[in-house]
Structures are given as C-alpha cells and as structure tokens.
Design a protein around this ligand. Structure first.
Ligand SMILES: CN1c2c(nc(N)[nH]c2=O)NC[C@@H]1CNc1ccc(C(=O)N[C@@H](CCC(=O)N[C@@H](CCC(=O)N[C@@H](CCC(=O)O)C(=O)O)C(=O)O)C(=O)O)cc1
Ligand SMILES: N[C@@H](CCS)C(=O)O
Ligand SMILES: [Zn+2]
Length: 778
C-alpha cells in the first residue's frame, strides 16, 4: 500500500501563537518553561491535525523556536565563540543570542533559504572549528510525539546542505572539509533516534537541485555511505527543483528512499522510473510553495504510472516540499468569497489532498469518488472563470514593444535635466522610504480594520503621521524627503490589496524569519490597477514642503516574488502585467508633481533561478519588467531603485541595464566592499551606498559615515554619490532614527566642504545577508 506522507508543517500556528509566545519571552513576559510548554502545545496540535487529516508519515523536528537550520547548528554544537562556550547543550538564551545577537555579540548572518522568502541563520565556521552533540531536540521531539501515541519520521537538515549553506570566517577553510567532523554527530543522532524507536528519518538535501561542485558530489557520496549504516532508513529529500544532472548521483546513494519535487519538475519521474531504483519513492505531487487547489486527476495519473512501474508498496504521496511556505488553514478565511476559496488550498487542505490521492491509489477511485468529483469541478471552474481573464489587460500586455522599455533620452541627458529641476547639493541626502512603524501606527491600522475607528479618523491619523514625518525630515536637513509609508502594512501586501486580479487573506501568515511573518497576497487573475495607489500620500506629502518628495513604489519583480502567483501562466507574463500597473502609477505620480520616484526591487536577486543556466532568461524578463514600469516619465523625473540584498558581482550587467537614475544599495556592513562591483563595472549612473546599517540599534557616529563615504569616493566619482541609510526605517524607533539621520546629514555637509580624499576600500566582511529591512534583533 502507498503511504500518505508529509515533509514539514508550518510551525508558527494558525494565529501566530508561536510569534506571540516567543516575543513575550524575549520581552521577559513569558518564562523559558512557559515558552517550552507553548511549543509543546503547538507541536501536539499539529501532529494531531496531521493524523486527523489521514497522514501516515508525520514529521517531527520540523518545529523550531526560530529556524530549523539554526537548530541543526545547535545539534552540531557549532556555536561561534562570541556566544560563549558550548556546554552540555545549547540553552535557549544562547540559541536566541545566536539568532538575534546581544549587546556584546552581533547576531549570526541571516539569508534566504534557496528561492523562498524564508530566512535561515547562516552556519559560521571559524579557525579551529570543532563540533559536539549539543542538542538532543530531534530525539526529544520524536519521544514527545511517541508519548502522545504518534509515531513520527524525524527531519534533519542534511550534512552537505548544512555545510554548503555555511560561511567560513577562517581564511582558506573549505566548509566541505568539515564533513568528516560532523558525520560522527549525525551518525550519533541517527543511532539515538533508532534507539528511541524511529524506523525512518527524513534527511533534507535541497542542494541536490542546484549546480553541484565536484566537492559537493563527493561529499554526498561519502556522507550517505556512512549515514546509511547508522540505523534508521533514510528518506533523502530533494525539493525546489529538478535533480537533473544530479539524478544519477542521487539514485546511487545508499539511502532507502528518495523524495522528488514533481511540481517544479514533473518530468523527472520518467527518468527515475526508468532507472528502477531500489528505493521507496516519495512523490511530491501537491504544491508546497503555492496555494492553489491541486488538480487531483492529473496528480493521480502520475501516481498511478509510478505505482504500476515501481509497485504501490514502494510509493509515498507527499507535498512537493515542507508546508512551511504556505499558510496554515484556509477554513479561517471567512472573508474570501466562496468561488475563490474553492480554488485554494492551505497546509491543512493540502494534507487532505495528499490523503485523498493516497486512498485513490490504494483503494481505487471509487473509494474517494465524491472528493475527486468535487475537486474536478473546482479545478474546472477556476480554469474557465471569467474572473481570471481580462481581455484589456491581455491585449495591452501583448502590445508592449521595445519603445515601452526605454526612457526618452540617454542617462547623461536625463542627468542634466534632473540636476536643473532638482537643484540638489553634492552628496544629496535621502532615506529609503519607510519611517518607524510604531506600535501606535500598527494599532491604528488594526483599529481601523476591526471597525473601532472610522476610515476618516484613520486617514486623519495617517496624515498627521505623514506631516510630522515631513517636518522631522525638514528639521534634520535632508535634501530629498519621503512620505514615510505609514499607510502600509507591508510593501507588497499594500499593493496587492489595491490591484485587480489580486486577493488577500486575513490570517494567511507565512514565517519569514524568526518570529516575523508576512502575509503574501495572491494573484488569481490578470492584474491591473483600478485607481492610483500611492498618489494621494505622495501628493499630500509634497504639498507640505518645498523640498522634493520621492514617490515610493514596490517594483514588479518584488511584488511578484513576494506574492502567491498564478500557476496557469508564466511568471514573466504575470510580472509584465504588474509592471504595467506600476507604470501607470509612475505616470500618475509624475503628473501629480512628484519629481523623483523610487521603485524598490529588493527581491530581484532572490528571484534568480537555482540553476545558473536559467539566469539569463530570468534576468532578461525581470529587467525588462522594471524598465517597463520605470520608463513612461520625462527626462526631468528622476527614477530611483533600491536593493538591499547584496552580491551584485555576478549580475552587474543586469543591474546596469535597469538604467535607474539612482540606485541605493546595502553596503555599510561590508565596509563598502560591495560597492567595488559597481566601480569595477564602471557603473555609469548615480549610487547611494548605505552608510547606516539599519539592522542594528547602534547610532552610527558622523565620523564612521564620513569614513564610509570617503571609501565610496575611491570607487565611485563623488559627484555621483548619494548619502542614505542601507534600507527603510520601519523597524527602528524614532529616537535612534533621528539621532542617526542627524549624523548622516552632518557627515554629508562635512564632506561637501571638507576632506574628500578617497580612502581605499579594503577587504571588508563580504555580506550577502538578508534584506536590511529586517530587524535582526527583532
Ligand atoms: C523586506 N522583507 C519583506 C519580505 N517580504 C515581504 N512581503 N515584505 C517585506 O517587507 N521579505 C524579506 C524581508 C522580510 N522582512 C520582514 C521584516 C519585518 C516583518 C514584520 O515585521 N512582520 C510583522 C507583520 C507586518 C504586518 O503585516 N503588519 C500588519 C499587521 C500587524 C498586526 O499583526 N496587527 C495585529 C494587531 C496589532 C495591535 O493591535 O497592536 C493584528 O492584526 O492582530 C500591519 O502593520 O497592519 C510581524 O508581526 O511579523 C516581516 C518581514
Ligand atoms: N521602501 C521600502 C524598501 C524596503 S526594502 C522601505 O523603506 O521600507
Ligand atoms: Zn531595503
């Protein structure tokens, strides 16, 4: 008989209970014991929910108080020295210190988990790195479930993925050379799990869907030759793409099971079945990365072929990857209309889909005839719905030509026109858009949503916040102002709420990092802009001041990347539709007298496909979409963009092709080292290298910023330099914001009349940390 399996369940809780508990603990309002109890309550509820849904292979150790990669780091005792010695086990204070930092020890880096919007804590390898078993969480969680009468399959991040995601702080240390040191600990954990009663363990090796080096291939062979003998049978999980050229390697590993992502790469099952491996195959047939109801007939077809060729008893049916990346329960969404709701499926519903498919395979379609018929009707209703298709949007998108992607004149011509219109000093100062989203701002929004304050009162509140923000910026002496983004819950959700073709949820939270969540809006149809989205706020802010106010938009690629997207047309087409909507907003902002418009694209690099061979195709349409959104304006109107993810070296030509008049980037942490990519490439337009690391509550002194700017001037001509923070200020408070901006303006003024001697950029810490808009300490 085939088995219904799951690879991981969202840990945050349907009402973000984990966030509430963890943040209360950080504030000192919940003891470590009470936090542990809340964790246990959530785990028990989630295991029970999965069992009730008909899942037979239920994961454990997928739960985490912060991040599962950090949990593996704790298991291996890889605690960087600055967090103190590793005792018998990594205690909660040490664990959270690693994630969030302390006054003495900066947090470990955080970056994106493959091509998702989930962030993991980057393992760090130091000089003389040693390891020891320092957390028994995988075993404890297994036993906890066992005590509840639930037999689980523990999940571990695999050794090659864990090492490959890590960063070495020791000159010349290749992380893969540490494999032999960590394998005994993995073996120990597996042995202990076997003793505790685990018969299977899921080992996640998503690196298997990336371009592997020879070293990684060797490491995989070495690792699994050793781990396969440790006790439990291993289900090696690949996901987020195709095994492709790594398929033979994966099949050669002596593991008992192999999980395949058949949503991202349905074609790979054919080659696997032809090879006839001596393994249990876990078929990832239900989309773990998106929220659409599965087409069960199609999935069943694939499952039946596999069962016929491989044997039903050696098949598991599963989501394509962990369900960490989708919201918990569609049933909570009372506000969604019935038709749309019928097209959707969140984590709980996806488990039901897995169970239905498995029963259909085992007992025949008649056993689940009603469920299959209902599914077929809903899938058909979505495919034929007139709500999805807007002929006007389609024909406008089809008529986009090369001229729509071009500004009217070359940058040098635009630059002169903009200088004449804006009349800014050298080293102009600005910020990236958002100002502190205080508890008061969030509360006012919640009050408005819950009907406790009227729309008029909410609007008046936001106008007061905006005016106060403008006055503060004037008093600080900033040259180009922003309205502050107080009206936004999130830089993507806010636009999703206003665009046609989009729906949004009330409780569709997905963990982004630690206790922080996002609520991605969902694109179900052709996207268009029924009315202006930001013009009122930018126009109001501009009416309050003589200084230029920068309009503030999120770019098409970032809106696409941070939404749940349609699966019935290419992402490039959806992105083009969003770009046209943003283009209209850009044109309206200009018509309303806005002289500079920033189109944020922090996710453009994150959207890069996992395989390098696919990069050029993606960058072509992604950059085209940015250009489409940015190009309706006159030469005088200055287009800014902002990116707070680093590592520009390998995509410099694409960044240059975006042709933004000004780009602001995150650089302060790397001591301007990241700027060298722009210097080496001879990037021609203006640049604002961030001089204030807004990750940190530290107020940077004026001298530090001057030093950074002098370093920047050694790479980029000073007349093309802007002075700004690394990213938006929404996670900071007003006191540190005003103190830091005071120093930033003073630094720019000092440079205007003072020492411009360039300072060389040295090999600063190279950073590709996550977006600076994340509060590392949050
Ligand atoms: C830049 N980043 C972003 C990413 N993706 C996005 N979609 N958006 C991003 O900005 N990916 C990469 C990074 C990830 N970084 C972050 C940074 C910060 C957060 C964060 O703070 N998340 C908040 C939720 C933000 C939000 O949506 N707020 C809403 C709702 C607030 C709320 O919970 N209200 C309560 C009541 C509150 C009260 O009464 O006081 C309620 O509704 O019940 C809003 O402001 O209206 C978080 O809390 O986790 C995320 C990613
Ligand atoms: N304008 C946005 C960009 C964040 S990446 C902000 O300032 O928050
Ligand atoms: Zn940013």
């Amino acid at each position: 008989m085939a088995k219904a399996a799951n690879l991981g369940f969202p840990r945050i809780g349907a009402r973000r209970e984990l966030k509430t508990a963890v943040e209360a603990h950080w504030k000192g309002n919940l003891s470590a014991d009470d936090l542990a109890a809340e964790g246990a309550r959530l785990r028990a509820a989630h295991w029970q929910l999965q069992r009730d849904a008909g899942i037979e292979v239920i994961p454990s150790n997928d739960f985490s108080f912060y991040d599962h990669v950090l949990d593996m780091t704790a298991v291996l005792g890889a605690v960087p020295r600055r967090f103190g010695p590793v005792g018998d086990h990594v205690a909660p204070t040490q664990y959270f210190a690693m994630a969030r930092g302390t006054a003495e020890a900066p947090a470990m880096e955080m970056t994106k988990w493959f091509d998702t919007n989930y962030h993991y804590i980057v393992p760090e390898f130091e000089e003389g790195q040693s390891f020891r078993l320092a957390s028994l969480k995988p075993i404890e969680d297994f036993l906890e479930a066992k005590a509840l009468g639930i037999h689980t399959r523990p999940v571990l991040v695999g050794p090659v993925t864990w090492l490959s995601l890590g960063k070495t702080k020791a000159e010349g240390l290749d992380p893969l050379t540490l494999l032999s040191a960590i394998l005994p600990i993995y073996s120990d954990v597996l042995r202990r799990l076997a003793e505790a009663g685990a018969d299977w363990v899921q080992i996640d090796e998503p690196v298997l869907v990336t371009d592997l080096s020879d070293g990684q291939r060797r490491a995989l062979s070495t690792a699994y030759a050793e781990l396969a003998t440790a006790g439990p049978r291993l289900m090696l999980a690949s996901y987020f793409g195709s095994l492709d050229d790594n398929l033979d390697l994966a099949l050669s590993l002596p593991v008992a099971g192999l999980h395949l992502d058949l949503i991202r790469a349905p074609e790979q099952i054919k080659r696997v079945l032809e090879a006839g491996p001596d393994k249990v195959l876990s078929l990832g047939l239900i989309d773990g990365r998106n929220v659409w109801r599965a087409d069960l007939a199609r999935a069943l077809d694939a499952a039946q072929t596999a069962a016929r060729l491989h044997g039903t008893g050696r098949i598991q049916i599963a989501p394509s990857c962990s369900l960490l990346h989708v919201p918990v329960d569609l049933d909570a969404e009372a506000g969604l209309d019935a038709e749309l709701k019928g097209w959707l499926s969140f984590a709980r519903q996806k488990l039901a889909e897995v169970a239905t498919l498995t029963r259909a395979l085992n007992d025949g379609q008649v056993a689940v005839a009603d469920a299959l018929a209902a599914n077929a009707a809903l899938v058909a209703s979505r495919a034929s719905s007139s709500r999805i298709h807007d002929p006007k949007v389609k024909s406008r998108s089809a008529s986009v030509g090369p001229d729509d992607l071009r500004r009217r004149s070359h940058y040098q011509v635009r630059q002169r026109a903009q200088a004449a219109q804006l009349n800014l000093p050298v080293f102009p100062t600005t910020t990236i858009g958002s100002f502190p989203q205080t508890a008061e701002v969030r509360r006012a929004r919640a009050d408005h949503r819950k009907g406790r304050i009227s729309a008029a009162d909410y609007d008046a509140f936001l106008k007061r916040e905006t005016e106060s923000c403008i006055r503060r910026q004037e008093a600080l002496g900033l040259d180009m102002l922003v309205h502050g983004e107080f009206e936004r819950n999130d830089m993507v959700e806010y636009f999703g709420e206003q665009l046609a073709g989009y729906a949004f949820t009330r409780f569709g939270w997905v963990q982004s990092y630690g206790s922080r969540c996002v609520k991605p809006p969902l694109i179900f149809g052709d996207v268009s802009r029924p009315q202006p989205m930001t013009v009122e706020w930018s126009g109001y802010a501009q009416s309050l001041t003589d200084r230029p106010v920068k309009g503030m938009l999120t770019g098409p690629v970032t809106i696409l990347q941070w939404s749940f997207v349609r699966d019935d047309q290419p992402r490039s087409e959806t992105c083009k539709q969003i770009a046209l909507a943003i283009r209209d907003e850009v044109a309206d902002l200009e018509a309303a007298g806005i002289k500079a418009i920033q189109i944020d694209e922090p996710a453009i690099r994150e959207g890069l496909p996992l395989r390098r061979a696919d990069w050029d195709g993606y960058l072509q349409w992604a950059v085209d979409c940015f250009r489409l959104s940015a190009s309706p304006v006159r030469d005088e109107t200055q287009i800014h963009t902002h990116m707070c993810y680093s590592e520009f070296n390998d995509i410099m030509p694409a960044i240059a092709r975006m042709d933004a008049d000004v780009i602001s980037i995150e650089t302060s942490r790397s001591d301007m080292e990241l700027l060298t990519a722009f210097g080496d490439f001879e990037y021609p337009n203006e640049i604002g290298p961030g001089v204030w690391d807004i990750h940190s509550p530290r107020v940077p002194p004026q001298e530090d910023m001057i030093t950074l700017l002098r370093k920047a001037a050694s790479v980029i001509a000073s007349e093309r330099l802007w002075v700004n923070p690394d990213c938006g200020l929404k996670t900071r408070d007003w006191a540190e914001t005003e103190a830091s901006l005071k120093n930033l303006v003073a630094a720019a003024k000092a440079l205007r009349k003072g020492d411009l001697t360039p300072l060389p950029v040295e090999g600063g810490r190279h950073s590709d940390t996550a977006c600076a808009c994340e509060e590392m300490t949050g």
